[in-house]
Design a protein around this ligand. Structure first.
Ligand code: CA
Length: 233
């Protein structure tokens, strides 16, 4: 990370969760502010202008959904929502509430840090740019705004979930994503679903992308994106 540390605001009324999340984020180089209250969170968003808000859904005063909506009305600050297992995640990350990402409790704090990093990388320098982000990886280029994938100059027709899966893997280059994580993030499942869906889509992506496919199987774990090959001469 270059320059001054970015500030992450952690809004969580369970003190034990707030303190371990704060500890992991500090350890990763972020400045951290914590609060247990939705009202305080909205004040801190104004005064501290954090780079990102980690926001628990169930708070004692204003709930996380309302806090997230109000943050959204004010600007483009990214929000990572913490939820319980049975909550309606499609709604939380949908347009109505507008969180950038979510994690279901209990979660791995290392994964939370990885997602905070990924969101901040995507968010910089603004949501508009994020929507038109292009990831180039060897011969492969993927344009999030146009939802286009190309190998060299050739456009590859991908089904929506194939596109989302490819983007998710490319956006987490260097990280292994488990089948369950991919199910949650691409399909929105909040439970351990039928992970064969993921395998089937990976197979389709490999077939369509051929030699340009960057997807590596990590046996027994999941998938990741391998190093970019040299573009064809
Ligand atoms: Ca709570």
């Amino acid at each position: 990370m270059s320059g001054a540390a970015q500030t992450v605001l952690v809004v969580e009324d369970e003190a034990s969760i707030a303190s371990f999340v704060a500890a992991y984020l500090k350890n990763a180089g972020y400045q951290v502010r914590t609060t247990a209250s939705g009202n305080d969170a909205l004040k801190l968003v104004e005064s501290e202008k954090p780079a990102l808000v980690v926001l628990d859904l169930m708070l004692p005063d204003i709930d996380g959904v309302e806090v997230c909506k109000r943050i959204r009305q004010r600007g483009e600050m990214p929000v990572l929502m913490l939820t319980a297992r049975d909550e309606d995640v499609d709604k939380i990350i949908g347009l109505e509430v507008g969180a950038d990402d979510y994690m279901t409790k209990p979660f791995n704090p290392r994964e939370l840090v990885a997602r905070v990093r990924a969101i901040l990388r995507r968010a910089a320098p603004g949501r508009a740019d994020r929507e038109s982000a292009v990831i180039q990886h060897g011969d492969l280029s993927v344009d999030a705004g146009r939802r286009e994938a190309k190998v060299g100059d050739t456009e590859i027709q991908l089904a929506p979930k194939e596109f989302d899966l490819l983007w998710e893997l490319l956006d987490h280059r260097g990280l292994v994503l488990t089948r369950d994580q991919l199910l949650e993030r691409v399909w929105g499942y909040t439970f351990a679903g039928d992970t064969r869906t993921v395998d089937v889509h990976v197979r389709q992506l490999r077939r369509k992308l051929g030699d340009a496919s960057p997807i590596v199987t990590v046996w027994g774990v999941g998938y990741k994106v391998g190093p970019a090959r040299e573009p064809a001469a």
